[in-house]
Design a protein around this ligand. Structure first.
Ligand code: NAP
Length: 419
């Protein structure tokens, strides 16, 4: 006599809409197009995802690493996931699917894959930067404040950084947490919850901004952080639009209170050993973490420390380059600054990767040094160009790029944050 048919189970991969900051990193990383999004949520297609885990390490917030045991017949559809404001609780009556353990498998990562296949532990070739911090980085605190229990901060400064005559309206915004503990490290980010709702009546999701100040505060010893925010006036296709959060932030007045979640990020962190070198490559507002790291190193300039700072910074024009004045005032023996302007009238277009190539000999010297940590932050489009330039320089100076790239990634020495 036949017994009852076994109910097929699935460990369904889901993205937490409360934590996700919609940066698109997971969708770009997924090698099999299992992740998609609408105007509200990023979601995972259960019938496509093979739990290869490629998307998990690069996610800046950890929103990606959520799983629910479901009966296959009750798999959450894409449309259901689009409608969520928060993840559904695990149904306690559904047990985890059983899969045979892999040889030597003690980790949670390869467990219970939807199709029973083994997943590669620790990411995939799609991960282009480090998923671990530098060995000497300080321990970050993450997600101390959430949508359900956010922090509040008071605006204590809001200054335009770019020339008045330029279209690019970039602001330096200082937020003070008062008596609320909000510990941060350079390279981390925070999420801002803009007030109001979408046309569909849903609360706006959080927008993420890198912290532009060092761990001991925008003003040393104060419980405050600064952000570098560009007012968004055009969408990716160039059509006029008003960015919800950037306009809200750029228009804030002193004394107004903002709702904050985070901090986020546990890999894009700076090394703390005094002989470590920072090779920083950024465009526009991607300069925020570089400013934080540079200022931290400036404040704690250690006697006898041999660590070098080399910066490549791109903007359309000098007037559109945030922090141009203060940057130029930094001593030459402290930081080697190289600017690249793409739209200076009468000049050929100059991108950061061009500037990197022009300094090939010095960049090669840094790449050969095991104390060098590379940070790339800014426009997505620059990532390929910068990696290409680093590859050319490495190979021209006798280094095998593939091996060097792997080593940089493995040792937490190549950090990419581009959107
Ligand atoms: P932007 O003003 O649009 O661009 C800065 C410079 O990069 C311009 O000179 C631009 O040249 C150039 N550029 C364009 N395509 C490039 C390419 N393929 N390779 C190299 N350079 C290229 O920059 P932005 O609007 O400030 O944007 C910065 C990016 O950083 C945004 O994507 C933002 O999301 C990201 N980011 C921001 C923060 C933050 O805390 N605010 C943190 C991390 C990352 P042309 O325009 O003349 O071509």
């Amino acid at each position: 006599m036949n017994g009852p048919l076994p109910v097929e189970m699935l460990r369904q991969h889901l993205i937490d809409p409360e934590i996700c900051i919609r940066c698109n990193t997971c969708e770009e990383t997924c090698p099999i197009d299992a992740i998609t999004h609408d105007g509200t949520n990023y979601v995972v297609k259960a019938d496509v995802c093979n739990a290869c885990m490629a998307c998990v390490p690069p996610c800046p917030t950890g929103a990606i690493d959520n799983w629910r045991n479901v009966r296959k017949a009750e798999t959450y559809t894409i449309d259901e996931q689009y409608a969520w404001d928060e993840l559904p609780a695990q149904n306690p009556s559904v047990e985890a699917p059983v899969v045979a353990p892999e040889a030597g498998d003690g980790a949670s990562v390869a467990q219970a894959l939807p199709n029973g296949a083994a997943a590669p532990v620790g990411g995939s070739d799609m991960v282009r930067g480090s998923t671990v911090p530098p060995w000497s980085a300080a321990r970050p605190y993450v997600q101390l404040y959430t949508h359900k229990a956010p922090a509040t901060a008071t605006v204590v400064g809001n200054y335009r950084l770019t020339g008045d005559a330029t279209e690019s309206d970039i602001h330096h915004i200082v937020l003070d947490f008062g008596a609320m503990s909000f510990p941060v490290l350079e390279g981390q980010s925070i999420g801002i919850l803009p007030p109001g709702a979408t046309p569909e009546g849903r609360a706006h999701h959080a927008r993420q901004y890198s912290i532009a100040s060092p761990r001991d505060g925008e003003r040393p010893g104060y419980n405050n952080v600064s952000l570098t925010v560009k007012r968004v006036t055009r969408d990716h296709s160039g059509n006029a639009t008003a960015g919800v959060c950037s306009n809200y932030l750029c228009d804030l007045k002193k004394g107004e209170v903002v709702t904050v979640i985070g901090p986020f990020g546990n890999t894009f962190l700076m090394p703390n050993h005094p002989n470590s070198h920072l090779l920083m490559i950024c465009t526009g507002t991607g300069s925020a973490p570089m400013r934080a790291m540079t200022e931290y190193r400036r404040r704690r300039r250690l006697k006898g420390a041999t660590g070098k700072l080399m910066l490549f910074f791109g903007a359309r024009t000098q007037q559109e380059l945030p922090y141009f004045g203060p940057l130029m005032n930094l001593p030459k023996d402290f930081i080697d600054t190289n600017l690249a302007f793409s739209r200076t009238p009468g000049q050929p277009r100059h991108y950061v990767q061009d500037a990197v190539r022009e300094r090939a000999v010095d960049v090669a010297q840094l790449l050969k040094d095991g104390n060098t940590h590379v940070y790339v932050c800014g426009l997505k489009g620059m990532e390929d160009g910068v990696l290409q330039a680093l590859q050319e320089i490495a190979e021209r100076h006798g280094m095998r790029w593939e091996a060097l790239w792997e080593r940089l990634k493995r040792e937490g020495r190549l950090h990419l944050e581009t959107y």
